[in-house]
Design a protein around this ligand. Structure first.
Ligand SMILES: [Zn+2]
Length: 767
C-alpha cells in the first residue's frame, strides 16, 4: 500500500506540440503496418553553466528565455526536508544541517514553521510554541543558515491539529463526532483535529502565515497532510451541520457512496472548499509581493478520490507525498504516482517525497530503509519527470546511513541536470486515468457491484494494464478522464481505456471524436456503461464505437473460463500450440454486429473441481470475447471481459501477451522507442532542453512485488532503437549513470545503440 507520511487521515509546455508532431505524431494517420486482418470482413536550474548548447536545437535559446521568466519553483530540480520534532530546539545543529543540504546541491529546503507546534517565538494566540523552544528561534536560525548558503526555504506547516487550549477558547475550530465530542489524534490524543470548514482555515492559519511572512523571507508554504487526495471525511461540528442543512440537503454518508445524491453534493462542496482555501493561502503567501507559493499535500498514487484534475487547476506546484511502499506493493508505485501527477500538471512543477526512514508496516521513523529501495524510489521520481524531495525526520539522528544514499543520487542528478529539464514526453500511447471509476465504482451495494470477489480494488484494472505495458516495454502517458480534448489526445496513436465504467456524456463524445479523427482505442468490460457518478445507461455510451450492445447483467466472478482462438492474427501471436487461453473472471454479455466474425470466442465457466467434473459443457460458442474493428486508420479493440484486472489478480503471462499484442496492433507503425533485452524494465522517454533522454528503471529483483529492495541485479545488453525529430543530427549518446559514451548509428530519424548493462537505473542522453 502507499504511504503518506504524516498524513493523519489518509494513507497516506514548453513549445507547441507541433514540434512533437514533427517527430512522430504526424504518423498517426498514416504509416500503418499492414495487418493480417481483412478490413472488408472486419473481425471482432536554473540552467547550469554546463548547459550543452546544441546548435541543431533551435529551441534551446527560446526555452532558456522562458525559463528565466518562470518562478523559482518551476526551475527547482532537487529539494530536501528535515522534519523537526518538538524536542529538536534542545540540540539541533543548525550549521551541520545546512552543510548537509548544500552537499546534496538542493535548490530548496522545507523547514518546520508551525501550525501544531511553532518553532519560532510566535505571538499568534493559540499557536503553541514548542515547549523546548526556550529563547531559541529554531526556524529563524535554520532559515538564515540556508539563506546564507543560497538555498530557498519553504515553511512546512500543519493545519490539521491543535492543542486543548485552542479547543477551550475556540471550540468552533474543531471537528466533532456525532455526539459532539472533539476528535483526538489516535497516537497523540492531546491533539485535536481542526475542521476545514471552520475559520481555523480562513483566519488562524492565514494569521500564522502572515506572521512568518513578516518576520522571515520564506519562499513558500507547505501544509502537511492537507488536503490529501483520499476519501472525504464527515464532520459534525456546527459549521458542517449548517452546511449539510443548507447546501447538502442532509448529512452525507460517512463512506464513499456516489449513488447517494447527498454524497454527490458533499463531494462538490468539499472540492469547492479545498479550492477556496488553496487559493486563499496562495494569495496570503504572496501578500508581500515576493515570488512565493502555497503547496498542499497530495499524492495517493493511482488511488485518488478527490479530483486531481481540479486540484491541479489551482496548484502551481503539485506535491505528491508518496514516500515509499510497504507490504506487497509493486515497486513501480512511485513511477505511477509521477504519471498521475503529470497527467494533470503537464509541464508544471511536481515534487514527490522520498522518505529515507523505514516507512514499512510496521513503520520505523528513526531508522533508514535500505539504500537500494531509497535509490529506486528517487530514480522513479526522476524518470517520471518529477522533482525529488528527500525527507528525514528528527534533528539529531542516531541512524545516519541515509545521508550518503541521498547525497550520491542528488550529486549525480545535479551533475546531469540539463538532461532532467524535460520539455515533453515522447510517448505515443495514452492510458486513460479513470479517476471516477477508481473513486466511486462498486462502492457499497451500488451499481456495478457483484458478490464473491475477494480483495478487489477499483484500481486493479489500471494496475493490470500497467503491468502489461511494463512487461511489453511500451512508452505511455496517463491522460486524465477530464482532459480528453483533441489538444491532449491528438498527439497519441492510441488511447487505452482500463475499464472506465464511469464516463460522462462529454467524455464519451471526446473519445468518439478521437476515434473519428484516426485515433485507435482499446477498451474493456463495463467501459462507459455508467455516467460519471455511476448512473447506469440503457446501453454503453461508447457501444456504437465498440460495435456492441450489452444484453444482460455482468457475469462472474468465475475462474476456469476461457477464450477460444478462432483466427490467427498478430493479436494472437505467440499462442502457437493452444486454441484456449485464460478467460476473464468477469464479463458483460454482449451482442455484436453480425459483420464481426469473432477472433476470440467465450468458453463459459465449468467446474474446476473435482477433476472428474472438469470438462466444458459448452465447448464452442459464437459469443465474441472481443471485437476488433478497423475504420480508416482508426482501430478499435473491445474486450467484453475484465482481462486486465484478471491479469493483475492472476499474474498469467497469457493475458499480458494478449494485451501487448492488441496494443501493438492498435499502434500500427513502429513505436518511437524499442528496447530489446532481458529483464523487467520500465521506460520513460523525454524530449529535453538538450535533446532526448531514455530512462530505464531496472525492476528485475526478487523484491519487485514485496519490499524492500536490498540490492540490484543488473540486466545485460539492451538493444535500443529510438526515433528522433526529422533533420535532427545526433552527435553523442551517453549513459549518464554508467558515465560513458555509447557507440551509435543514425539512419535518418532512427538512432540505434546498445546499452551494455543497467544496474539500478540508466538514463541515455541523446544530444
Ligand atoms: Zn466540521
Amino acid at each position: 500500500m502507499k504511504k503518506s507520511d504524516e498524513n493523519k487521515d489518509s494513507e497516506g509546455g514548453g513549445l507547441s506540440r507541433r514540434a512533437f508532431l514533427a517527430i512522430s505524431g504526424a504518423t498517426i494517420l498514416s504509416g500503418r503496418s499492414e495487418l493480417s486482418i481483412d478490413t472488408a470482413n472486419p473481425i471482432c536550474s536554473p540552467l547550469g553553466s554546463d548547459l550543452i548548447v546544441q546548435p541543431h536545437l533551435a529551441t534551446t535559446l527560446a526555452a532558456r528565455s522562458v525559463e528565466h521568466q518562470a518562478p523559482w519553483y518551476a526551475r527547482m530540480r532537487r529539494c530536501g526536508q528535515i522534519n523537526f520534532n518538538e524536542r529538536d530546539p534542545i540540540d539541533m545543529d543548525v550549521e551541520a544541517w545546512a552543510d548537509y543540504w548544500v552537499s546534496l546541491r538542493v535548490d530548496a529546503v522545507l523547514l518546520n514553521g508551525g501550525g501544531i507546534v511553532a518553532f519560532y517565538p510566535t505571538e499568534v494566540p493559540y499557536h503553541q510554541r514548542s515547549r523546548f523552544l526556550g529563547t531559541r528561534d529554531l526556524f529563524g536560525e535554520m532559515l538564515n543558515a540556508m539563506k546564507r548558503r543560497g538555498l530557498r526555504v519553504v515553511a512546512r506547516m500543519d493545519c490539521n491539529l491543535a492543542y486543548e487550549q485552542a479547543l477551550a477558547a475556540r471550540p468552533e475550530w474543531f471537528e466533532r463526532n456525532p455526539d459532539g465530542s472533539p476528535r483526538k489524534h489516535n497516537e497523540s490524543p492531546w491533539l485535536f483535529r481542526t475542521c476545514m470548514f471552520s475559520s481555523y482555515f480562513t483566519e488562524q492559519m492565514p494569521a500564522i502565515y502572515r506572521e512568518i511572512n513578516n518576520r522571515y523571507k520564506v519562499d513558500g508554504f507547505f501544509t502537511n497532510g492537507w488536503p490529501s487526495t483520499g476519501s472525504l471525511g464527515v464532520c459534525y461540528c456546527q459549521n458542517c451541520r449548517k452546511l449539510y442543512e443548507e447546501k447538502i440537503g442532509g448529512t452525507p454518508p460517512e463512506q464513499t457512496d456516489a449513488t447517494s445524491p447527498l454524497y454527490r453534493r458533499y463531494y462538490n462542496a468539499q472540492m469547492a472548499r479545498i479550492l477556496e482555501i488553496w487559493e486563499l493561502w496562495n494569495k496570503v503567501a504572496r501578500e508581500d509581493g515576493r515570488e512565493s507559493i502555497y503547496v498542499g499535500n497530495l499524492g495517493g498514487g493511482i488511488r485518488t478520490v478527490k479530483s486531481v484534475k481540479k486540484l491541479a487547476e489551482v496548484a502551481g506546484w503539485f506535491n505528491a507525498d508518496h514516500q515509499g511502499r510497504s507490504g506487497d506493493t509493486f515497486i513501480w508505485d512511485c513511477a505511477q504516482q509521477g504519471r498521475v501527477a503529470q497527467s494533470v500538471m503537464k509541464s508544471r512543477t511536481i515534487t514527490n517525497v522520498t522518505g529515507a526512514y523505514s516507512n514499512s508496516q510496521p513503520v520505523w521513523r528513526h531508522v533508514s530503509k535500505p539504500a537500494a529501495e531509497t535509490t529506486m524510489w528517487l530514480a522513479q521520481t526522476a524518470a517520471s519527470g518529477v522533482v525529488p524531495w528527500f525527507h528525514w525526520l528528527g534533528g539529531s539522528p542516531e541512524d545516519n546511513r541515509w545521508r550518503d544514499t541521498g547525497r550520491a543520487f542528488y550529486k549525480w542528478l545535479a551533475d546531469n541536470e540539463v538532461h532532467f529539464r524535460n520539455k515533453r514526453s515522447i510517448a505515443d500511447i495514452a492510458v486513460l486515468y479513470p479517476q471516477a471509476t477508481i473513486a466511486f465504482y462498486k462502492s457499497g451495494d451500488g451499481p456495478g457491484s457483484w458478490r464473491g470477489t475477494q480483495r478487489s480494488q477499483t484500481s486493479d484494472y489500471l494496475q493490470g494494464l500497467y503491468h502489461a505495458l511494463v512487461d511489453g516495454r511500451f512508452l505511455f502517458d496517463l491522460v486524465h478522464q477530464e482532459d480528453l480534448a483533441s489538444e491532449t489526445l491528438g498527439r497519441y496513436r492510441a488511447l487505452l481505456i482500463p475499464n472506465a465504467a464511469f464516463l460522462s456524456d462529454e467524455q464519451c463524445e471526446q473519445i468518439r471524436r478521437y476515434a473519428e479523427s484516426g485515433g485507435s482505442i482499446l477498451a474493456t468490460f463495463e467501459t462507459s456503461l455508467y455516467n460519471e457518478w455511476g448512473d447506469r445507461r440503457a446501453r454503453p455510451g461508447l457501444g456504437d464505437l465498440f460495435g456492441i450492445d450489452v444484453i444482460g447483467e455482468t457475469i462472474g466472478p468465475y475462474g476456469n473460463s476461457y477464450m477460444r482462438i478462432e483466427q490467427r492474427t498478430e493479436v494472437t501471436a505467440g499462442f502457437d500450440g493452444t486454441s484456449l487461453i485464460p478467460g476473464p473472471e468477469n464479463r458483460v454479455p454482449i451482442k455484436a454486429d453480425d459483420r464481426y466474425r469473432p477472433l476470440l470466442t467465450v468458453v463459459p465457466y465449468y467446474p474446476a473441481f473435482p477433476p472428474e467434473m472438469v470438462y466444458p459443457r459448452n465447448q464452442y460458442t459464437s459469443e465474441p470475447a472481443a471485437i476488433f474493428k478497423t475504420t480508416g486508420s482508426s482501430r478499435v479493440a473491445y474486450y467484453a471481459g475484465d482481462i486486465e484486472r484478471t491479469l493483475w489478480r492472476s499474474g498469467t503471462p497469457d493475458l499480458s501477451l494478449l494485451i501487448q499484442n492488441t496494443v501493438r496492433w492498435l499502434a500500427g507503425a513502429a513505436p518511437p522507442v524499442s528496447v530489446r533485452g532481458d529483464g523487467i524494465v520500465e521506460l520513460f522517454g523525454w524530449e529535453t532542453e538538450a535533446g532526448y533522454t531514455l530512462h530505464m528503471l531496472n525492476y528485475t529483483n526478487p523484491n519487485m512485488t514485496r519490499g524492500f529492495f536490498r540490492r540490484f541485479y543488473p540486466v545485460g545488453p539492451q538493444a535500443v532503437s529510438m526515433s528522433v525529430g526529422a533533420g535532427m543530427r545526433i552527435n553523442r549518446v551517453r549513459a549518464l549513470r554508467g558515465g560513458r559514451d555509447l557507440a551509435f548509428k543514425q539512419d535518418r530519424t532512427t538512432v540505434r545503440f546498445e546499452v551494455p548493462s543497467v544496474a539500478d537505473y540508466e538514463v541515455i542522453a541523446l544530444t
